[in-house]
Write a protein that binds this ligand. Structure first.
Ligand SMILES: [Zn+2]
Length: 249
């Protein structure tokens, strides 16, 4: 059943019934904290549990498409061009080192209205590092993105989704943890057609779709991914439009 609601109704519901669109036990618990979090005027309270999501609201017909591991010269531009042609917004979880090496490309992503997010500085398995090293990876990435764009990300995606026992560090830095619900495994380069089919078959209202602006195959797939999801009347929305800004009033 599809619900037709206005944007203001959507935002209102987001504030009062966040637990309704979550999946997984710990996530329900974490999202239950979002209402008080959203009303916290400044900073991050030590009492709040880390915010972690792998999908957005299931009402309405919205989804988020996300691109990890860029910016990658030659690939990211192609993704941007296809998004711009259709006037769509996405979220880019950037590797800080890549931002430092390609600041103009990171700035272009930002200038074209997409949300920039943290994907660590060197893409290690964060849960195998000390807390100090994790903090350094996250902060150095924040710094690289800020230097290139003037924007400070509010969402983190840990590389490989590996973040066991580290989520308190993200919370300390004011970063919500954004996992995903649709994974076409495009990093394994199964072919553009298969990437597209997997995404279109698995997409649901509320999906967070994981892609990588790292390989040409993904860029090849993007036009069809976008067009086929648009054919199904999906609205594309970035992470903070979807879920609000974690820990921010
Ligand atoms: Zn990655």
């Amino acid at each position: 059943m599809q619900m037709n609601i206005s944007r203001s109704q959507f935002l209102k519901q987001l504030g009062v019934s966040v637990a309704a669109f979550s999946v997984g036990g710990s996530l329900v618990e974490a999202l239950g904290q979002m209402s008080p979090v959203l009303s916290t005027p400044t900073g991050v309270s030590g009492d709040l549990k880390p915010i972690s999501v792998n999908s957005g609201p299931g009402f309405g017909n919205r989804l988020a498409i996300t691109f990890d591991d860029g910016p990658t010269p030659g690939v990211t531009e192609r993704v941007l061009t296809e998004l711009k042609k259709r006037d769509l917004r996405a979220s880019f979880f950037m590797i800080g080192r890549n931002v430092k090496n390609n600041p103009d490309l990171a700035k272009r992503v930002f200038d074209e209205g997409h949300e920039l997010c943290n994907h660590s500085y060197t893409h290690p398995k964060l849960d195998s590092l000390s807390d100090d090293r994790v903090r350094e990876e996250l902060l150095t990435c924040q710094d690289a993105i800020y230097k290139a764009t003037g924007y400070t990300p509010v969402w983190l995606r840990p590389p490989y989704g590996a973040f066991r026992n580290k989520s308190h560090i993200a919370k300390d830095l004011g970063l919500g943890i954004a996992m995903w619900s649709v994974d076409p495994r495009d990093w394994a380069q199964p072919g553009a057609q298969r990437i597209t089919d997997t995404i279109v078959t698995q997409a649901r209202p509320g999906s967070i779709i994981l892609c990588h602006d790292l390989h040409m195959q993904t860029a090849d797939a993007v036009p069809n991914i976008l067009d086929r999801l648009l054919d199904r009347d999906y609205e594309f929305i970035n992470m903070s439009g979807f879920l609000g800004q974690p820990y921010v009033a």
